[in-house]
Design a protein around this ligand. Structure first.
Ligand code: RTP
Ligand code: MG
Length: 139
């Protein structure tokens, strides 16, 4: 069944000039780009987007990181794209993310208060619907 997912190229990816590389991998896999927009996040938007993480020790550094520059917000479409993009991205920790994945190929661990790992991808159909509504209301 065709699904949509919300992908973000995080500020580290945009700053390092990797937006095109992420879009290329999404398209090369065969998914369709539905919306692509360079955006500046706000604390309010991030509190909604990362609602499940509010109050966790890494929440404040995560918000500071996500506000440190523009993000590329993307809606992609395709069969099983939600799970498929999570596989393309690789696991959260870039040091152990396997080669071939976005995080495994393009990110590494830095001595920072929060993990910088290039991309976000919705983790379930419920998250995808919720997150697309936050970043692209009315789409
Ligand atoms: P995302 O939501 O960004 O796609 O990443 P994820 O599902 O793989 O990871 P999640 O657990 O949802 O965490 C969201 C983001 O918070 C940062 N993080 N840092 N211990 C830490 O320093 C830590 N834990 C999480 C990462 O940027 C992670 O992607
Ligand atoms: Mg997550």
């Amino acid at each position: 069944m065709t699904e949509r997912t919300l992908i973000l190229v995080k500020p580290d990816g945009v700053k390092r000039g990797l937006s095109g590389e992420v879009l290329r991998r999404i398209e090369a896999k065969g998914y369709t780009l539905v919306a692509v927009e360079l955006r500046k996040a706000t604390p309010e938007l991030l509190a909604e987007h990362y609602a499940e993480h509010v109050g966790k020790p890494f929440y404040d550094p995560l918000v500071e990181f996500m506000l440190s520059g523009p993000v590329l917000a993307v809606v992609a479409e395709g069969q099983r794209v939600i799970e498929g993009f999570r596989v393309l991205a690789g696991p959260t920790d870039p040091t152990t993310a396997p080669p071939g994945s976005i995080r495994g190929d393009l990110a590494r661990t830095w001595d920072l208060p929060v993990i910088h790992n290039i991309v976000h991808g919705s983790d379930s159909p419920e998250s995808a619907e919720r997150e697309i509504g936050i970043w692209f209301p009315g789409i």
